[in-house]
Design a protein around this ligand. Structure first.
Ligand SMILES: N[C@@H](CCC(=O)N[C@@H](CSC=O)C(=O)NCC(=O)O)C(=O)O
Length: 277
């Protein structure tokens, strides 16, 4: 693993690192914020999964998360959103290919050899972080924005016991029922929709749910509302009687101005779960 940068940040360190990924079969870059407490021993970690067009850098520089994480003594992981590089397939559309990995393991050409973001985020990167940094593997939580909110919710519901809490900012909530989802799931996973269900937060909520607290915020003025389909997930939460707080925030859109506004709430929410019994 190569250190690309390390900067003092709120008493801790904001680092950027690159490593050869076996899951994605290319070099991958990620950001990691370690609070001051990590000098004394392993700290809890909050994963932040980013949205379409993002790299590891967008949330790291725009979400305003480090100050709140430093107050709570929590590490923050910022993975990239897809494999990248000259030998990696891509598409001219901004919502397919590089920058749009959708947190699945692709089974279809030309994506299959590299687009394994599920394995990368669920297995490879956690193992690397626990091995290389002062991270407590037993205290993990996950959040994300838009495509990353979809990833956070589906990973949390598919991996019971892994994350103590899950939250999301304007998540893609029903990809089977919207163009932000059908396009990518058919490209990466093929036309058999049975393989899509584990990657649909509303379907997973109906079938499985989450054994822990959930917090979701979406801006009421979100310009992508019809693609996100929050109503499908809200209905599934209600039908399941799942423990959850689902808020529509008046006046807010899909941007990082919205994400940064509610970041304190989300980190406080995760801290309660990460430090509880
Ligand atoms: N290219 C489009 C839309 C891009 C966009 O809004 N991306 C969001 C995530 S959308 C869902 O996953 C984002 O986080 N962008 C990065 C940022 O720093 O804002 C357009 O430009 O309209």
């Amino acid at each position: 693993m190569e250190t690309l940068s390390e900067n003092a940040c709120f008493g801790g360190v904001q680092g950027v690192y690159r490593h050869a990924s076996s899951a994605c079969k290319c070099d991958m870059t990620f950001g990691l914020f370690l609070p001051a407490e990590a000098k004394d021993g392993p700290v809890p970690i909050l994963w932040y999964l980013s949205g379409l067009t993002c790299t590891h850098e967008n949330a790291m520089t725009k979400a305003g998360a480090q100050g709140w994480a430093a107050e709570q003594g929590i590490a923050l992981a910022f993975p990239d959103t897809s494999p990248r590089g000259d030998g990696v397939a891509d598409h001219e559309d901004y919502d397919l290919g590089q920058g749009a990995g959708f947190y699945v393991n692709a089974t279809q050409k030309p994506w299959a050899p590299h687009f394994n973001m599920w394995d990368y985020v669920a297995e490879e990167l956690p193992a690397l972080l626990v091995e290389s940094f002062a991270i407590d593997a037993d205290r993990q939580a996950i959040t994300g924005h838009s495509m990353g909110g979809h990833g956070a919710l589906t990973l949390a519901m598919n991996l019971p016991g892994r994350y103590r809490s899950v939250s999301a900012f304007s998540p893609i909530s029903n990809p089977i029922g919207a163009e932000w989802g059908r396009k990518q799931l058919s490209a990466y996973l093929g036309d058999d929709e049975a393989a899509w269900a584990k990657h649909d937060a509303s379907a997973m909520m109906k079938s499985t749910g989450f054994n822990g607290p959930i917090l979701i915020d979406t801006g009421a003025n979100d310009q992508f509302m019809d693609l996100l389909r929050p109503e499908a997930l809200a209905q599934a939460i209600a039908e399941r009687r799942q423990q959850a707080t689902y808020r529509l925030q008046p006046g807010y859109d899909h941007s990082y101005y919205f994400v940064s506004t509610f970041m304190e709430d989300h980190i406080t929410f995760h801290a309660e779960a990460l430090y509880g019994e």
